[in-house]
Write a protein that binds this ligand. Structure first.
Ligand code: BG6
Length: 509
């Protein structure tokens, strides 16, 4: 019996086929925090196949027993379902294995192969393999070459078994390196075998945006330049760089968030309805949005983009250090921790509708949201003295996932006075169920061979084609005065000016 009638019909048969799931770099943080808890929860949801095995591969010496114990500690801490019951854990843990080896050592791949073949027999994994590269991209070429040499990659046309590879961002650091990385991957794997993870696509609320747009009749007719004044997309984080100073000095917010997560949100918001909900049909429409983005080059870079870097400030009443004081960050760093841009999608649906985007660390609060700001009514019939506030549809990706519509209503009383009010849908309370983590959905989709929610090579390339000229212009142009916003605020003043120049304002999140 379902406690909540809205969930009836939600359980679908999406059990994955038998397979071995190999994580390269299994001693790292991602495995303990995200990947193993995700696989564990898939097991609890009975979505893992009965014939499933996971092999951790890393250069840290460890036995299978020690690996299982470490993963138990990680899962107890990071699983969305708590507590982790002993019986459920033991069932799952019996499927975990570990092989020690360095990525350059051919003998280690031979040991991996032996283990995989043994598991084909004992666990029934039937020669199906998924390799998850949770390692720095600089190690990809070596891993890909050694996998191929060890005979660990099956032919993409072999229908009796499959080999798939999952790669994590960063997918390069500009157009040239992104394309070079794709080239490397294509040396060992066909595009149909490559699953590029952008965990934003695995978020329930991002998928709900597709459901909202294409599962309802009433919104789509409004979803265009005739009714929409502008769109805002915000990825605000309250955290700083969380000990990842070294990584951030290489990446900055543009490479870390904008090129991937934020552009993914833009694509899903702006794409045309695909012919079918199938991987290539969806991704074809998504990539068209990127191709229609008006390039930001030359003089327009300084007009349409703003960079920021946080200085010390306070958060929840406690002092926090500035970016330049974070460990492994240069005291003169010119890396951005905040970006705002004004974008234009030059196609029939969106021409003339500005899309303002912003992303930043150490902002006032954590909030990811897409807001659709509708045009003003053509004639203020009911409220001639007071301006009518335009309607806003806010799609809250996180936290407090949901959708709200702000519209005008009459204030009770003898006069016709209008005020904006909100109609609100909250995911959590409506479905009374904790949403699966992005990594659960994405790992399961990979096992099922469904790449709809993964980034295709041309998508990554198109994203870099748009972003690279901006990054290059920043390098060669006039440098901003950093730091230029305090931790715990909404970012630099210039970001407010970027949108205020057009007579608009950032939405309060
Ligand atoms: C990661 C970035 O990809 O996404 C991090 O590297 C960022 O810097 C994180 O904090 C945000 O993810 P989420 O799911 O918390 O919005």
């Amino acid at each position: 019996m379902y406690a909540n009638p809205l969930r009836v019909g939600l359980e679908t048969e999406r059990v994955a086929p038998p397979c071995a799931f190999v994580i390269f770099g299994a001693s790292g943080d991602l495995t303990r925090r995200k990947l193993i808890p995700a696989l564990y929860n898939l097991n609890v949801s009975r979505l893992l196949p009965a014939s499933f095995a996971m092999i951790g591969f890393a250069n840290t010496e460890s036995t299978t027993e020690q690996f299982r114990e470490n993963m138990h500690v990680g899962t107890a801490q990071f699983s969305r379902r708590k507590p982790v019951e002993d019986a459920t854990w033991l069932d799952f843990a019996s499927r975990l294995h570990y092989v020690t080896g360095t990525f350059e050592d051919a003998a280690a791949y031979a040991r991996l192969r032996e283990k995989l073949e043994e598991l084909d027999q004992t666990a029934g994994t039937r020669g199906n393999r998924i390799y998850y590269l949770a390692i720095p991209p600089s190690l990809f070429p070596m891993a890909i070459e050694n996998l191929a040499k060890a005979g660990l990659v099956s032919d993409p046309n072999d229908r009796s078994r499959f080999t798939r590879i999952i790669v994590e961002k960063p997918f390069g650091r500009d157009l040239a390196s992104g394309d070079a990385l794709n080239h490397q991957l294509h040396k060992g794997f066909a595009e149909s075998q490559i699953f590029r993870i952008d965990h934003y696509l695995g978020k329930e609320t991002v998928q709900n945006l597709l459901a909202f747009r294409f599962g309802n009749e009433i919104f789509e007719p409004l979803w265009n330049r005739n009714h929409i004044d502008h769109v805002q997309i915000s990825v605000a984080e309250d955290i700083g760089v969380e000990g990842r100073g070294k990584f951030y000095e290489e990446a900055g917010t543009t490479r870390d968030i904008v090129q991937n997560h934020l552009l993914q949100l833009l694509m899903v918001m702006a794409m045309e309805p695909p012919a079918a909900f199938e991987a290539d049909a969806v991704r074809d429409e998504k990539v068209k949005v990127l191709r229609a983005l008006r390039p930001i080059v030359g003089e327009s870079v300084s007009k349409l983009t703003v960079r920021g870097q946080y200085a010390h400030g306070s958060f929840a009443g406690k002092p926090v250090v500035g970016y330049r004081e974070e460990p492994n960050v240069s005291p003169h760093s010119m890396i951005e921790t905040y970006v705002a841009m004004k974008l234009e999608v030059d196609n029939w649906r969106w021409a003339g509708v500005p899309i303002y985007i912003r992303a930043g660390k150490r902002l006032t609060k954590r909030s990811t949201e897409i807001s659709i700001h509708f045009k003003r009514v053509p004639h203020s019939l009911l409220s001639p003295k007071e301006p009518i506030t335009p309607d806003v549809l806010a799609l809250r990706i996180q936290p407090d996932d949901g959708i709200s519509l702000r519209f005008m209503a009459k204030v009770p009383g003898p006069s016709m006075i209008l005020r904006p009010v909100n109609m609100d849908f909250h995911y959590g309370t409506t479905f009374a169920e904790s949403s699966p983590e992005a990594y659960e959905r994405l790992n399961l989709d990979c096992m099922l061979g469904d790449p709809t929610l993964f980034a295709r090579a041309d998508e990554v390339s198109a994203a870099w084609r748009f972003i690279t000229p901006v990054i290059e212009a920043w390098q060669h142009g006039v440098q901003p005065t950093f730091p230029n916003y305090h931790a715990g605020t909404w970012g630099p003043d210039d970001a407010a000016r970027l949108i205020e120049r057009d007579g608009r304002a950032w939405r309060r999140l």
